[in-house]
Design a protein around this ligand. Structure first.
Ligand code: FPP
Length: 240
């Protein structure tokens, strides 16, 4: 009966939450960021090792410029305000995604938060920002092809482990639990390779309404499921 090693969350439904209240979508993002902060603290307090949050997908750049700008401002403010809190909570902050596409000052703030928290030994908090899994896999394949071209590597040395090491997530175990809020049952280009054996937990709750209790329900649900990795269960094993 143990916690997952790595929880990944697709925080979905901010826009709908705001629209239901006749407020602009950005109102939902503000509340969403507050919820993200609560959930991060709860995961840290529970002793969870790895938490990945889908904060901004590579497709999110296609949203209206004002919304993109708003999300960038929210991220900028979060990094400024929260870096010292992360230090105090012994949380290590890291990112995956095409950070180079972000405004320069946000890139600097990300580097600062990453360096400032790099010695922390508690929760590994990973923000997926400007992240798309197909892009990540494509980049990994390009790197491997380059190494072959340089004759550093031969084709028969390409295996799953090599690919794993070329992904931006190679420092952490694969997520064993992926949560998506707001009733959507899709992965939306999030951790495609890494999700091969993940358990999925979907709930109807919109992200701004998500609570620590909802997180606990998801964790309990995970703990109760029998995880077989395509093999037979330990229980069956002892009988056959
Ligand atoms: C999905 O809701 C949410 C996003 C695209 C942004 C996620 C960002 C946050 C929760 C803020 C986190 C930021 C920080 C700095 C912690 P949606 O807009 O897709 O909602 P909809 O599906 O109802 O339109």
């Amino acid at each position: 009966m143990s916690l997952p090693q790595h929880v990944a969350i697709i925080m979905d439904g901010n826009g709908r939450w705001a629209q239901q209240r006749n407020k602009p979508r950005t109102f939902g993002h503000i509340k969403g960021a507050r919820i993200a902060k609560k959930i991060i603290t709860a995961c840290s307090d529970k002793g969870l090792k790895n938490l990945t949050l889908y904060a901004f997908s590579s497709e999110n750049w296609l949203r209206p410029a004002t919304e993109v700008l708003f999300l960038m401002n929210l991220l900028r403010r979060y990094l400024k305000k929260e870096t010292e809190n992360l230090v105090r909570q012994n949380i290590r902050f890291q990112t995956i995604g095409e950070i180079e596409k972000l405004p320069a000052d946000i890139q600097t703030a990300i580097r600062y938060a990453t360096d400032r928290t790099s010695k922390n030994t508690g929760l590994n908090l990973v923000f997926a920002i400007s992240y798309g899994s197909r892009q990540e896999i494509t980049t990994a394949v390009q790197r491997i092809a380059e190494r072959i071209q340089q004759k550093e590597l031969s084709v028969d040395q390409i295996d799953e482990s090599l690919l794993h090491h070329e992904l931006s997530t190679s420092s952490w175990p694969d997520p064993d639990l992926i949560i998506r809020t707001s009733g959507e049952h899709r992965l939306s280009n999030f951790l495609l390779w890494q999700a091969a054996y993940s358990e999925f937990y979907f709930c109807e709750t919109l992200w701004p309404d998500f609570t620590v209790e909802d997180l606990e329900i998801a964790l309990l649900n995970f703990i109760k499921r029998e995880r077989r990795f395509g093999s037979i269960s330990h229980h069956e094993n002892t009988h056959h």
